[in-house]
Write a protein that binds this ligand. Structure first.
Ligand SMILES: NC(=O)c1ccc[n+]([C@@H]2O[C@H](COP(=O)([O-])OP(=O)(O)OC[C@H]3O[C@@H](n4cnc5c(N)ncnc54)[C@H](O)[C@@H]3O)[C@@H](O)[C@H]2O)c1
Length: 438
């Protein structure tokens, strides 16, 4: 039986994509979209571009592409703007990032050169390894937020934009804990005015976005919108928010493999993960404060997937370590090693080794595209607040405080697709399947 369809406004006009940070991930995303527009490449890894969704019974054989099932903005409608603490345009930044080949970048050079970053909101305390020069100079964080609002309104007017989405692709900020300032919108606004040091730059951007009703996703592990003040603002303005920390590389593999080990009830005594990477992200993460933010995000996944409290004999005592080593020669081509010590029948030990030679930004770019399109869809569908169905994309998915996050990639995908079915009034798929045999 079909459910009631949700009303979704049309995706008419241009969709502005506001990127905080014009580094490896942002430029690989923008250059990729421009290349795809010109037929120079395929959107591999993107659910919105290549994914399908099964509808109804298996016998019905209804498996439309997601893009044909829900009314998404087309990639031709995307228009980009960015802020960065350095002045270089998207072409120069893409060359410096060293992810995509120069021969490809040359073919989208004009489009990339046209994207010149706006002056950033940045405090050296937030990211110790960077010394930006292209910065806004307003005295208070409140005034800085107002300047961002002006930037956004100017971009919207100049490019004749219909709707916007903001994605944080800036550097990982130093680890901070939730404090009193983050507990309500009122306290946050007072903190912006009094330059409270518990408000890092990423929160100033988020405030400007949500205040204007612009959906916000956080691709870094920073706290940013994952505090009560922003949940309150997002609900008040009916704006979708999600985060934190794009799930790529080693953690992606972890959330693919750990559910499999648990499904077969194989025990775990240790999981050691180490990485080398040499891009600017790696340099930033070489600072202990930024690394701590990343480490917290990476460590939480196994605890949640394996549920030691439910399976004490299998998972109550495993040793989990994550290391990131800055190693410049590798640039964006990260190499990760995982050593997994597991045990089976009668406690007999086994080992599993993974050596993933990945490309960080190649894995992240399609996630940015999907988040842009899905957040815009959520906004048009009237879905405000935390978007748990987008947990699929994050290492530390946001949830309400009383809920624990779902980390298992396959449950996350089911949740995402069921949300799309829900939006279109299609039946949820439970995989029960008994009715085929009755
Ligand atoms: N696969 C991935 O690449 C991946 C996965 C998960 C998370 N992330 C996170 O995504 C973010 C971007 O990664 P990246 O590889 O593009 O890093 P990057 O260092 O290449 O780019 C970050 C950019 O942000 C700029 N920046 C820093 N602070 C800023 C501010 N306050 N305002 C505006 N710009 C600012 C920097 O100058 C830089 O150009 C990082 O936080 C990273 O941890 C990346």
């Amino acid at each position: 039986m079909s459910e009631k369809e949700i009303e979704i406004a049309d995706a008419k006009g241009k969709l502005g994509v506001l990127l905080i940070g014009l580094g490896a991930v942002s430029t690989t995303f923008i250059a990729g979209v421009e290349a795809i527009k010109k037929g120079l490449g395929e959107p591999i890894g993107s659910l919105t571009q290549m994914g399908t969704v099964r509808l109804g019974k298996r016998t019905e054989k209804r498996i439309p592409k997601i893009a044909d099932f829900v009314p998404l903005a087309g990639i031709d409608d995307l228009v980009f703007a960015a802020w960065d603490i350095f002045e270089e345009d998207a072409y120069a930044a893409a060359i410096n990032s060293g992810v995509l080949e120069t021969s490809l970048l040359e073919q989208v050079r004009g489009e990339l050169e046209a994207i010149r970053p706006m002056k950033a909101v940045f405090h050296p305390r937030d990211v110790k390894r960077l010394h930006g020069t292209h910065l806004k100079e307003e005295k208070t964080k409140w005034d800085l937020a107002q300047k961002l609002v002006e930037d956004i309104q100017h971009f919207q007017k100049e490019k004749d934009i219909d709707r916007m989405v903001m994605i944080f692709c800036g550097s990982t900020e130093v680890f901070i804990r939730e404090t009193e300032t983050h507990q309500s919108l009122e306290k946050l606004e007072a903190g912006l005015k009094s330059n409270d040091e518990n408000i890092p730059s990423s929160m100033v951007y988020a405030y400007a976005a949500l205040h204007l009703g612009i959906p916000f996703a956080n691709g870094a592990p920073n706290l940013t919108v994952d505090v009560p003040a922003f949940t309150q603002l997002a609900e008040l303005k009916r704006v979708p928010v999600c985060g934190k920390d794009f799930k790529t590389g080693q953690t992606l593999m972890k959330t693919i493999l750990a559910p499999g080990l648990k499904a077969r009830l194989l025990g775990l005594s240790g999981w050691f993960s180490t990485n080398i990477l040499g891009n600017r992200d790696g340099e930033v993460l070489d600072d202990p404060g930024s690394f701590k933010t990343k480490e917290e995000s990476k460590l939480s996944v196994l605890e949640h997937i394996l549920q030691p409290d439910v399976y004490p004999d299998l998972y109550s005592d495993f040793y989990h370590k994550v290391r990131i080593n800055y190693y410049p020669p590798r640039r964006d081509n990260k190499e990760g090693w995982d050593n997994i010590d597991l045990f089976g029948w009668l406690g007999y030990p086994m080992q599993l080794k993974i050596n993933f030679l990945c490309r960080d930004s190649i894995l992240a770019a399609p996630l940015v595209l999907d988040l842009v399109l899905f957040l815009d869809l959520a906004k048009r569908a009237g879905m405000g607040g935390i978007q748990e169905w987008l947990s699929f994309y994050f290492k530390s998915p946001m949830t309400l405080p009383e809920l624990y996050p779902e980390h298992d990639l396959f449950i996350q995908l089911m949740k995402l697709k069921n949300t799309l079915r829900y939006m279109r009034g299609e039946e949820q798929i439970t995989h029960l399947g008994l009715d085929y045999y009755q």
